[in-house]
Design a protein around this ligand. Structure first.
Ligand code: NOJ
Length: 535
């Protein structure tokens, strides 16, 4: 069954261009490398690709430091390469989402360079957040950058500018008319070039309040915002309710204006998904009200333990909250900012969880390499390039481990990713995980993903809500089995370390342990696995 609009329950494949495929031997992936391998992407059975930024950039933050949002960085190719990529994707029935970065520019953007020259009080400085120092010479407030260190940097004439991320990423002032009109031009530019929508970076961050005030606990707040810092959840939640630079009401006005632009492309069915880390969770639904954006990322599963109570709660909550605004949830197990799911919860567990979420209503996002069962790279500190590693002087390891290049073929690194020296090393142990090997091994994770997405399209598209079922087991073990029914399929996830034995009655369509499930034996759900049963 074909769903309209296309994005409602789409499966979207995230490509980190630098790490996908290198066509020219410089060690970094590029747009022609992606175009040449779109047929592979099509074999996965996904509906769309989301491309992390490939715009002109000094690459201080993996391209999320944009120096010209309407051009392609020469490392990735040129605008013709972008056009070819979009054209080829459309020929293969794949939609294309570009990643737009409206919270900040690179300090190399011509506007910031002009602002530096123009001096205090100028219209050029008004496009950013330039403020005078306090009388004692300190920055205008005590906010801490999300990458560590102060979120203010001083320029030659003594003023400071705000940067929530790296000092090379000055935040834009969304009260400024130029900023608004320039981004609208950028949206139209890419839509006119053929893209089908956008992933919106830091969508919750554009509007700031109380810049003139100190935060009562800036260190606590910056820890609360970091996924890798453990914290009592009440303390964390209280801190997250006090962020003066995230999730302000004003951001919604911006998205209402953007929605009108998207809708003006009519039957192109343009969509946008918000990266919005907000608290409390109900606030995320504001981004997907009928006159705003189409999807908002649910990040719960990026950090979720493989635990039935936790998973039941976050899944139920996400479905219910989205329903309040008539939207469907999104599910992502990995992305370029967090450890890869196979490394985080384990091989069996990551496959079980993937099959579980592929059967849920809403959109599923897959981070390139996830479909191979790829773990994080084993990196030396000297390999690391993430600004959070650099700014925190190594205290934060950063996100490079998840951003490793894909292993394509052959027996040793760089596994066909490049003919040159890859920008991050690939592990020798990945020889069994290459796309070449995965394609020929019927029991590979790659073929499991292909099978799951094909069955999802066949049996689950548009099949509505889930109904949680009581575990058919009783006693203590029942808490380690999650079961729901959706359409004609019942989905069982066994989170325990034991095979569970009972009568499933129905046909086993799919099991995350693949080869090891005896398809004639309906009565066993292997430990740490998910099984789809056709009733
Ligand atoms: C979120 C992006 O996903 C991340 O990679 C980037 O560092 C920050 N936003 C800043 O743009």
């Amino acid at each position: 069954m074909k769903l309209t609009p296309w994005w409602k329950e789409a499966v979207i494949y995230q490509i980190y261009p630098r790490s996908f495929n290198d066509s020219n031997g410089d060690g970094e992936g590029d747009l022609p490398g992606i175009t040449a391998h779109l047929e592979y992407v099509q074999t996965l059975g996904v509906d769309a690709i989301w491309l992390s930024p490939f715009y002109t950039s000094p690459n201080k933050d993996g391209g999320y430091d944009v120096a010209d949002p309407r051009d392609v960085d020469p490392r990735f190719g040129d605008l013709d390469d972008a056009k070819n990529l979009i054209k080829r994707a459309h020929e293969l029935n794949l939609r294309v989402l570009a990643d737009i970065v409206p919270n900040h520019f690179s300090d190399q953007h011509k506007w910031f360079q002009a602002a530096l020259k123009a001096g205090r009080g100028s219209p050029e400085r008004d496009r950013f957040h330039f403020y005078d120092a306090n009388p004692d010479g300190t920055p205008p407030n005590n906010w801490i950058s999300l990458f560590g260190g102060p979120s203010w940097t001083q320029v030659e004439d003594g003023q400071f500018y705000l940067h929530l991320f790296d000092s090379s990423q000055p935040d834009l002032n969304w009260d400024n008319a130029d900023v608004n009109s320039d981004f609208e031009e950028t949206l139209r530019f890419w839509l006119d070039l053929g893209v089908d929508g956008f992933r919106i970076d830091v969508a919750h961050g554009l509007v700031k309040e109380d810049i003139g005030k100190n935060h009562p606990d800036p260190t606590g707040l910056s820890n609360a915002l970091r996924l890798d810092v453990e914290m009592d959840s009440d303390v964390r939640n209280a801190l997250l309710e006090s962020v003066p630079y995230f999730d302000r009401q004003g951001v919604h006005e911006i998205y209402r204006r953007w929605r009108k632009i998207f809708d003006s492309y009519g039957d192109r069915e343009v969509m946008a998904v918000a990266e919005a880390w907000v608290h409390p969770p109900i606030n995320a639904t504001r981004y997907v009200r009928a006159d705003e954006l189409h999807q908002v990322f649910n990040f719960d599963l990026l950090t979720a333990p493989f635990n039935s109570v936790f998973l039941f709660d976050v899944i139920t909550r996400s479905i219910e909250l989205n329903a309040t605004v008539n939207a469907l949830p999104t599910w992502a197990l990995s992305n370029h900012d967090s450890p890869r799911v196979a490394s985080r919860i384990g091989d069996l567990e990551s496959q079980a969880l993937a099959l579980f979420v592929f059967a849920l209503p809403g959109s599923a996002y897959i981070f390139a390499g996830q479909e191979l069962g790829l773990p994080d790279g084993e990196l030396q500190n000297s390999d690391r390039q993430d600004p959070s590693f650099i700014r925190s002087k190594g205290a934060i390891k950063g996100r490079d481990g998840a951003r490793v290049p894909l292993p394509w073929s052959g027996e040793s690194p760089p596994f066909g990713f490049t003919t040159g020296k890859p920008w991050l090393p690939l592990n020798q142990s990945w020889s069994a995980l290459t796309i070449e090997k995965g394609s020929t091994n019927p029991d590979s994770v790659l073929n499991l993903y292909r099978k799951a997405l094909s069955l999802r399209a066949q049996f689950l598209a548009g099949s509505g809500e889930i109904q949680w079922l009581e575990s058919p087991l009783h006693g203590t073990k029942s808490s380690e089995l999650l079961v729901f029914k959706r359409g004609a399929i019942s989905v069982f996830m066994n989170l325990s370390h034991n095979d569970l034995v009972f009568d499933l009655s129905g046909q086993v369509l799919l099991s995350s342990t693949n080869g090891s499930l005896n398809l004639n034996d309906n009565s066993v759900i292997p430990a740490r696995s998910t099984v789809w049963i056709l009733n």
